[in-house]
Design a protein around this ligand. Structure first.
Ligand code: SF4
Length: 72
């Protein structure tokens, strides 16, 4: 799983930071989200998915929300 945050969309609600504090934080200067772990540990995956779903501005994405990529 790889996490991407669109800081232009972020309005600093902090929902993601409460749900996955090891992955998201608010930047003290800008007040917007900062990704602490672009590739979070598997144990964080469900919290990250929950943050993606609940972000009120749709600022968060993950590149592999479910199953692993097929081998090529
Ligand atoms: S939940 Fe969304 S709007 Fe709120 S801090 Fe996180 S990324 Fe920003």
């Amino acid at each position: 799983m790889r996490v991407h945050a669109d800081v232009e969309r972020c309005r600093g609600h902090g929902v993601c930071c409460r749900l996955a504090p090891e992955v998201f934080a608010l930047d003290a200067g800008s007040g917007r989200v900062r990704v602490l772990a672009e590739r979070p540990a598997p144990a964080q995956a469900e919290a990250v998915r929950s943050a993606v779903r609940r972000c009120p501005t749709f600022a968060l994405e993950v590149d592999d929300p479910g199953s692993p990529a097929p081998a090529s």
